[in-house]
Ligand binder design. Structure first.
Ligand code: SAM
Length: 456
């Protein structure tokens, strides 16, 4: 589609003309170009896309020449990669350049669904760090939990809270990422609906909401902690003006990032001590995006983390031993049982997770490993996708591309097998989930709510 300035909301076009000056026609022209297609690889999982062109600011980012039907790719469902817009992967530079990623950190992704930035961050953090990934809208929090499970890590907790609830955890976080809900101007090319919904009033509404989110979350950031603020919109009301307001309210320092000329023209906005970075589609191979990195220089009340033995229950010995045998490195993990669900998390993060469960609506912590039903220990789907799975503990069944899709649609499979019992269903040696092989059929254990609904 060929795009004209007249196709844009008039007030938006007017503001962009003022913001971009002579480059405005290039910006409008870029909206007629196809949006680049990009993914981010899971560093712990087998992948078929490693050879593609790299996104220069993101170590695992790759551009695809065209958009495949991701839903019909078993690697997508296995968590081998995450489909993510390229500009937003610049978060990696913010973290690598401003945070010591070798330290054990408490990191919060406050506005996290569907999980692009969370799956990215968990790939950058070390094993001693804990990522709390939060989404206020319940249905979106479920999608977030699904994507986190597919990524396969266990040093993560998923919560479903309003930003103000985090005031119960003063000074808890070393890093907070606020990828704020915004007016979405940077997505007009990919998502025409965002353009139809745009209005001046909505920009004002978004800007107010963003300030509320920032002031609600501020107490839970440690002194010297790092706040990353990002939006996928261009206007100053939701970007620079919010940051100027934050600077007025608090003692903060804006951190500058090193920009490599080979990355394209990322526009540094610096005014009155505020620094932020704009991504425009006519200047970089990505969509519209804004990001700023802020250090909190003022003191903060600090939450004390007590190592209590109360709270979480361990499974009985027989169950724990069985589940441990399914895991590659069980010694570094704590196993807990809540009702009939057994899960594991890093042994040195139990106190933190207990604290989260007492103060927040905790949807998931660590990895779900098994369900105990009628004295039977049934492996959980998340275990099949976990980087901790001991593949030797289960037989595997290799599925061809057609069978892999039948499996992901939760259909009944008729494949001859030489064994019975819980079996890892794999495609090209990457686990997709479980099947229970019976003498005459295979019970498909793929989660009903995750199944592919699209017709083949
Ligand atoms: N960070 C996500 C990613 O990379 O996949 C995208 C986040 S999206 C830009 C903003 C998120 O903020 C949405 O999931 C939305 O539901 C959530 N949100 C909406 N209103 C909110 C509020 N008042 N406080 C916190 N989050 C909110």
């Amino acid at each position: 589609m060929s795009f004209q300035a007249a196709d844009l909301p008039a007030s938006f076009a007017h503001k962009m003309q003022r913001q971009l000056g002579n480059a405005f026609p290039d910006f409008v022209n870029s909206l007629s170009q196809p949006a680049p297609v990009s993914i981010r690889l899971n560093p712990w999982k087998k992948n078929r896309y490693t050879q593609l062109a790299s996104i220069p600011w993101a170590s695992q980012g790759r551009y695809l020449a065209e958009r495949p039907v991701f839903t019909l790719d078993p690697f997508f469902h296995a968590g081998s990669y995450y489909v993510q817009e390229a500009s937003s992967m610049f978060l990696e530079q913010a973290l690598r350049q401003c945070v010591d990623l070798h330290k054990p950190l408490h990191v919060l992704d406050l506005c996290a669904a569907p999980g692009g930035k969370s799956t990215h961050m968990i790939s950058l953090l070390n094993n001693e760090s804990l990522l709390v990934t939060n989404e206020v809208i319940r249905s979106r929090a479920a999608i977030l939990a699904e994507n986190i499970q597919k990524w396969g890590c266990h040093n993560v907790a998923v919560t479903n809270n309003d930003p103000e609830d985090f005031q119960r955890l003063p000074g808890f976080f070393d890093v907070i990422v606020v990828d704020a809900p915004c007016s979405g101007e940077g997505l007009f090319r990919k998502d025409p609906e965002a353009m139809r919904e745009w209005s001046d009033d909505n920009v004002v509404l978004c800007s107010r909401r963003q300030r509320r989110i920032l002031s609600d979350i501020w107490p839970s950031l440690k002194e010297n902690g790092i706040l990353v603020y990002s939006t996928c919109t261009y206007n100053p009301e939701e970007n620079e003006e919010n940051l100027a307001w934050l600077k007025q309210e608090h003692d903060v320092e804006f951190l500058k990032l090193r920009l490599d000329p080979s990355w394209g023209n990322i526009v540094e906005a610096e005014q009155g001590g505020i620094v932020g970075y704009h991504f425009y589609p006519h200047l970089v191979q990505g969509e519209g995006f804004f990001i700023s990195v802020i250090r909190k220089n003022e003191s903060s009340d600090m939450m004390r983390i007590k190592n209590s033995k109360a709270g979480f229950q361990s499974p009985i010995k027989k169950i724990q031993e069985q589940v441990q045998s399914w895991i590659v490195d069980p010694d570094a993990l704590a196993f807990i049982q809540r009702d009939d669900l057994v899960q594991f998390l890093p042994a040195d993060k139990v106190a933190e997770v207990e604290l989260l469960s007492k103060n927040l609506r905790l949807i998931m912590a660590g990895t779900f490993a098994a369900t105990v039903k009628n004295n039977k220990i049934i492996p959980e789907h998340a275990l099949a996708l976990s980087t901790q799975l001991n593949r030797e503990a289960f037989p595997s069944l290799a599925l061809n591309p057609d069978d892999a899709l039948h499996y992901l649609r939760r259909e009944t499979l008729q494949i001859p097998t030489s064994h019975t019992g819980f079996t890892l269903m794999c495609h090209e040696d990457i686990p997709l989930g479980w099947g229970n092989v019976l003498p005459n059929r295979i019970n498909n254990l793929y989660p009903a709510e995750w199944r592919i609904r699209m017709s083949l």
